[in-house]
Design a binder for this molecule. Sequence first.
Ligand SMILES: NC(=O)c1ccc[n+]([C@@H]2O[C@H](COP(=O)([O-])OP(=O)(O)OC[C@H]3O[C@@H](n4cnc5c(N)ncnc54)[C@H](O)[C@@H]3O)[C@@H](O)[C@H]2O)c1
Length: 351
Amino acid sequence: MSATALTASQPVRFALIGAGGMGGTHAANLIASPATDLAWVVDLDLERATAWAERSGGRATAEMDEALADPTVDAVLVALPTSVHRLATERAAAAGKHVFCEKPIARTVADAEAMTAACARAGVVFQVGHVVRFYPEYARIKQVLDAGTLGQVAMVRTQRRSAPVMERSPWFADLEKNGGLIIDLMIHDLDTLRWYFGDAERLYAHGLSYTEWQQSRDVAMASVRFRNGVIAHLDASWAHGGFYTAIEVAGEKGLLSHNSRKSATLTFESSENTSEFHNIAPRQTYLRPSTANPPMRELQHFVAAIRTGTPVMTDGAEATRTLALAQAVLDSMRTGRPIAFAQDAAAATVS
Ligand SMILES: NC(=O)c1ccc[n+]([C@@H]2O[C@H](COP(=O)([O-])OP(=O)(O)OC[C@H]3O[C@@H](n4cnc5c(N)ncnc54)[C@H](O)[C@@H]3O)[C@@H](O)[C@H]2O)c1
């Protein structure tokens, strides 16, 4: 079955599958945007689904096939535990619906490739929710790097710290089925760094993922060397009190830094008297517009792809490459060994 044709004035009609934490964020955006209608909310927890369906004027069900059988549904938003991303994406594609699937695309590269192939076969748009690319600060760093005005980049540090999510949803702690801290959280920064610097070639990771603490708390660090010579240190945590992210990019002409806890969200420091720095002057700051809503921006990107055929930035192939890198980080942690990473083959060898 192929995707339905839309007229320019019609909102895109969505079925949301999964109405938990992230599903709730998407539900609010689907209701708020004039470009979308939330027609169905699907969740095994029918009360959750019903609460959102009542707000949207849509219908609730615990059975995804009921929503997928509705011919007026154009697109499906999958916000389920990672282990069921493949099932929902393949069923949605088979029903001819465009698919937005939350990150990580899947638990395994094989699943990710099958999902990408299923959407390609069905001729539907497939976007994966690597939302960090839609955060203004991270997007601004990309612009500055692409323009070359930071000079040669040498070192990058990232931090992504959150409360132990397994306390609210125990599936996050199931390393085998869902990948734990690396595949779920550090993957955000791995994807962003791939976006900035291209493919990685060597990495080493250390953390609690394969220890007795992992069921209640997890922290990890990874060192990744990219083919272009950049070395990054990433840290991720499900052991902190609240959520925040940070990144520093050190290049020969200065230092870019972002910390989500500071009101000055992106700062450029330089010893050089650079007159123009893409509106980030030396020792000046870039403040995030108060209206920025990154999940809404990624939703708009998806809707534009459905309406106009514009390419999706985080499509299945791109998300699969990011997953392969995250899997290598997890493998390094499991084996305690550095990994030489062959991205092209989506394979890695322990060295
Ligand atoms: N982009 C981000 O910043 C971000 C943030 C949080 C979570 N996520 C991702 O979103 C996805 C969901 O995470 P979450 O935090 O919302 O999880 P959650 O546990 O809060 O919600 C998952 C929901 O799915 C429902 N569910 C489970 N299996 C189902 C099935 N077979 N059919 C129908 N409903 C089912 C559960 O009842 C629950 O309501 C994950 O892939 C996660 O990695 C992304």
